[in-house]
Design a protein around this ligand. Structure first.
Ligand code: GLY
Length: 368
């Protein structure tokens, strides 16, 4: 059965996130119902080979005029050069403001195609069809679009909400196990932020989702999208509560950066899982959280096959990590901002984290 989560907020047009199985073949009807003109499906070469023909056939069967625009797979496509190429292709296809972009792929495709949609003719509509777990539970919902620059990730972008998100659980069946686990990290994160009962389920009966059980995955995606959309609805532009979604990310980004954003060494999801475990242990060190909660987080993260200790990933220098964390774009006015937790399901934003305490903590965690 499909579930529809509505994303509503004061600053943007409401849209639906449809979550279920067998949704790709019916996508043509959903897109035709939006009443747009022509459609360009932006995807990467890997996803195009897996799902491109099925999607084009579904669109054609519903009378939608569509063509495919492929980009190389991988983070390298979140660049000015690729953005320019995509926009140039849209112009060459003769697209105009009434037409539609469909982003079929993971976070890279969604971010790039979403930014192209935000910029093209000052903004055209786009639909997200996320094909990775990470994109289904996080990046396809909430309207953050971006590319990277040599100075950092996601530094150039726009808030541009999609018109519709269609998350087909069946598309996750072709994901490599490591990618599935990486998306699971963002699922765990949602429970840790504000839903202890959901986290309990993920740790117990629902844990089979991390290894591909479709029913568990569907429930995990639905609850994650409900949590994320409620937060985005309250604070689209991240002036407050949306920062909670960054739980584990400031630690995680610093670690990823130290490893040169090398996905072979550490995926984004693995970094987030490790970051969540560190955020909970730092919350204990800061005296705001019981150590039993941090111990449970570590155990559940590790049981999902995700790293929970710095030593699982490599040797790090505490000063290097601290410098990265302070330079993270989430650091405001020279103070260090971190998402901490009082308990599982009770995260909060701390905008005045003491750097010396953080340095001591990182050393205690094994950084030199
Ligand atoms: N991924 C965090 C956010 O969308 O705000």
């Amino acid at each position: 059965m499909n579930t529809v989560v509505e994303v509503t907020g004061s600053g943007f047009r409401a849209y639906e996130v449809v979550i279920g199985r067998g949704l790709l073949p019916e996508l043509g009807a959903r897109i035709a119902a939006l009443g747009q003109g022509r459609t360009v499906v932006v995807t990467d070469e890997t996803v195009a080979a897996l799902h491109g023909p099925a999607l084009l056939a579904a669109l054609e069967a519903s009378g939608v005029r569509a063509r495919l625009l492929t980009v190389p797979p991988g983070e390298g496509s979140k660049s000015f050069a690729e953005l320019e190429r995509v926009i140039d292709r849209l112009l060459a296809f003769g697209l105009d403001r009434r037409d539609l972009i469909v982003a079929l792929g993971g976070g890279v495709v969604g971010d790039l195609a979403g930014l192209a949609a935000a910029l093209f003719m000052r903004g055209i509509d786009f639909v997200q069809v996320p094909t990775t777990l990470l994109a289904q539970v996080d990046s396809s919902v909430g309207g953050k679009t971006a590319i990277d620059t040599p100075r950092g990730k996601n530094l150039v972008g726009a808030f541009h909400q999609p018109r519709l998100v269609v998350a087909d659980i069946d598309l996750l069946a072709t994901l490599p196990p490591r990618q599935l686990r990486s998306g699971w990290a963002e699922v765990l994160k949602h429970g840790l932020i504000c839903d202890a009962a959901f986290f309990d389920w993920l740790a117990g009966e629902g844990a089979v989702g991390a290894t591909g059980d479709a029913a568990a995955l569907q429930r995990a995606v639905v609850r994650s999208v409900e949590i994320k959309s409620a937060i985005v609805g309250e604070d689209e532009k991240e002036s407050g509560r949306r920062a909670l979604l960054n739980l584990g990310h400031t630690f995680g980004h610093a670690i990823e950066a130290e490893l040169g954003f090398d996905e072979a060494k550490l995926t984004h999801g693995e970094a987030v899982a490790l970051g969540c475990a560190l955020a909970f242990r730092f919350s204990v060190a800061a005296g705001v959280c019981e150590s039993a909660a941090a111990g449970r987080v570590e155990q559940v993260v590790a049981a999902a096959g995700l790293p929970a200790r710095l030593g699982d990933v490599g040797p790090f220098s505490s000063q290097a990590l601290l410098k990265r964390m302070a330079g993270d774009k989430k650091a405001e006015g020279g103070r260090l901002t971190l998402i901490l937790a009082r308990a599982i399901g009770d995260a909060f934003v701390d905008k005045a984290v003491d750097r010396a305490a953080l340095a001591t903590f990182l050393k205690h965690e094994g950084a030199s």
